[in-house]
Design a protein around this ligand. Structure first.
Ligand code: NAD
Length: 294
């Protein structure tokens, strides 16, 4: 019988822990951590993500600022707004919600954020520091997955892991974190992607599988060995006549087939998703403590 890795309950617990730390910080005369989010345009998913980040900030006692810009904003104007936030001493963390309109160079914007305030962990300085094992802001989704594995006492050392997907924000950092020489890591990782010829041959041998490719129900029962740990990162919105909203979310894992073979598995929704926001909060708390770049 598999055990469900409950990201919803775990993230709620971590939020309580962060709220308690913030309370103590303020009692000791410190200031409230402050997260600034920049939202360009009116994309539905981005609006939802930013709103839930703001709600989470409020819950744990952070200050949050939302900078809203129209999707006609120039790259120069956006860079200027990021710069203002860089200079604002009260702001500890800055996120620019992606994707950005096509006339804006995303990489240029990411690199404009001060690494000390880059709580999304996308700046090359933070990515580089993470790769060589220095303290860094780590991309929120992989950081959240590591936290989930730790909290469920799932050992990674010596295990064989298959990470499916090589994006800069999920797959690549995930493969590095699982393989790094650290308290948690020390796994042998195969990073699979769209050009991997025989994926099944790799996944069926893996003790831990992280599916982050964005293809609904891609990982099927026959691709997974008995007793595997399966982490489903994917979120695909599909039409459904069974829900009130007319939509439902599907992960990258065919849950009904895969779960019975697993020792542990994350559901979608309620698995990795809620942990992502919690990692962002943790990074903002770290940024306010100025402990990463000393
Ligand atoms: P991406 O689109 O940037 O990258 C997808 C990766 O999957 C690519 O590296 C590609 O090589 C690989 N891929 C595509 N088809 C493949 C195949 N057939 N076999 C093997 N590899 C294949 O994706 P991303 O931004 O990393 O997101 C992946 C999924 O995770 C999406 O569904 C996204 O919505 C979701 N996501 C969830 C969270 C969360 O908080 N739960 C956070 C980020 C992303």
């Amino acid at each position: 019988m598999y055990q469900l890795i409950d990201g919803k309950t775990t993230s709620a617990k971590i939020k309580e822990e962060i709220a308690e730390e913030v309370k103590q910080l303020i009692e000791a005369g410190g200031k409230k951590p402050h997260l600034a989010a920049v939202l360009v345009g009116h994309d539905g998913a981005s609006e939802t993500y930013v709103a839930s980040k703001e709600r989470a900030c409020k819950f744990v006692g952070f200050n949050s600022t939302l900078v809203r810009l129209e999707d006609t904003v120039s790259e120069e104007e956006l860079l200027q707004r990021v710069n203002e936030l860089n200079k604002n001493e009260d702001v500890d963390g800055i996120i620019v919600q992606l994707p950005l309109p096509s006339h804006i160079n995303e990489q240029k914007i990411i690199e404009a954020i001060l690494p000390q305030k880059d709580v999304d962990g996308f700046h090359p300085v933070n990515v580089g520091r993470m790769v060589i094992g220095l303290p860094a802001f780590v991309s929120a989704t992989p950081a959240g997955i590591i936290e989930l594995l730790k909290r469920y006492n799932i050992e990674s050392s010596g295990k064989s892991c298959a990470v499916i997907g090589r994006s800069n924000i999920v797959g690549k950092p995930m493969s590095i974190l699982l393989s790094q020489k650290a308290d948690f890591g020390n796994a042998t990782v195969t990073l699979c992607h769209s050009r991997t010829p025989d994926l099944k041959e790799i996944t069926e041998k893996a003790d831990i599988i992280v599916a982050a490719l964005g293809k609904a129900e891609f990982l099927t029962g026959d691709m997974v060995k008995q007793g595997a740990v399966v982490i489903d990162v994917g979120i695909t919105r599909v039409k459904s006549d069974k829900t009130k909203s007319g939509w439902k979310l599907l992960g990258d894992v065919k849950f009904d087939e895969v779960a019975p073979k697993c020792s542990y598995i994350t559901p979608v929704p309620g698995g990795v998703g809620p942990m992502t926001i919690v990692s962002l909060l943790k990074n903002t708390l770290l940024a306010s403590r100025k402990e990463i770049f000393q």
